[in-house]
Design a protein around this ligand. Structure first.
Ligand code: CDP
Length: 130
């Protein structure tokens, strides 16, 4: 094992649409869209982190599924990984983001994503069944 710390991002898909969340911070990322998520806490599994982050950020209960796409190396030894997520309970609300959007494959190709998430677009489009 390496000492890298993981950041999880959730691909929450429902009815052929992917949930994107619009960042409010930092200023250089504000207004851009991302897969919701955040840092895995020490001792926490990535799946548990997906569940916790979506509870905190969206107010929903999800299950975390398989990994999708490639690892994205971040600053400070962090690595960003995307996981599929299934909505179990609740309706997503923008508790920590500026807004939420459910996008189809075409909209996903047009929306302004954060750089770190852009490499996942081909896999996400495939999952959306364009
Ligand atoms: O909320 P927490 O501090 O745990 O995490 P965060 O600040 O939301 O995310 C940690 C790092 O991952 C930041 O540098 C985010 O910009 C990055 N991130 C990303 O690039 N793409 C995502 N879909 C989620 C987080």
């Amino acid at each position: 094992m390496t000492g890298e710390r993981e950041v999880v991002a959730a691909a929450l898909i429902r009815d052929g649409r992917l949930l994107l969340a619009q960042r409010t911070r930092p200023p250089e990322l504000a207004g851009l869209w991302e897969l919701p998520g955040g840092k895995v806490e020490p001792g926490e599994t990535p799946a548990a982190a997906v569940r916790r982050e979506l509870r905190e950020e969206l107010g929903v209960e999800v299950t975390a599924g398989e990994r999708i796409g490639a690892d994205v190396p971040l600053h400070d030894g962090l690595v960003l990984r995307a996981y599929r997520a299934e909505l179990v309970d609740g309706t997503p609300q923008a508790l920590e983001h500026a807004a939420l959007r459910w996008v189809d494959a075409r909209e996903l190709g047009e929306i302004a994503l954060v750089d770190n998430d852009r490499g996942w677009v081909p896999e996400l489009v495939a999952l959306l069944g364009a």
